[in-house]
Design a protein around this ligand. Structure first.
Ligand SMILES: [Zn+2]
Length: 106
């Protein structure tokens, strides 16, 4: 099976090229306040109600609100893109950090 690099769209041949998988997991971190998921399972006395809960959970998962709390993303990278990524994983503009430091010290 062939893969495609998610960054440069180049085909990655499993026999000749190294393939890197990148998993990015983002989770909102509160100050001591855990994000609580309300457990409504007590109220689900029948299978129908349970199914309703599952349906509403699906709807909640696809909402924008949930995206703001937790996201997981997976990418396939070729060797070149892996090396480029690992040098600058947060895609920072070169020099931005230095510039801020200077402004703060003045
Ligand atoms: Zn690539």
């Amino acid at each position: 099976m062939e893969y495609t690099c998610d960054r440069c769209k180049q085909t990655i041949h499993p026999t000749t090229d190294l393939r890197y998988t990148l998993t990015i997991e983002l989770e909102a971190a509160g100050e001591g306040d855990e994000v609580e998921i309300v457990d409504e399972s007590d109220t689900a006395s029948t299978l129908d109600e349970l199914q309703d809960l599952i349906d509403s959970a699906d709807a909640a998962c696809s909402s924008v609100f949930d995206d703001a709390i937790y996201q997981i993303k997976q990418f396939d990278l070729c060797k070149c893109c892996f090396q480029a990524y690992i040098k600058n994983p947060l895609a920072r503009e070169p020099g931005t950090v230095e510039l801020k430091r200077k402004q703060n010290s003045v």
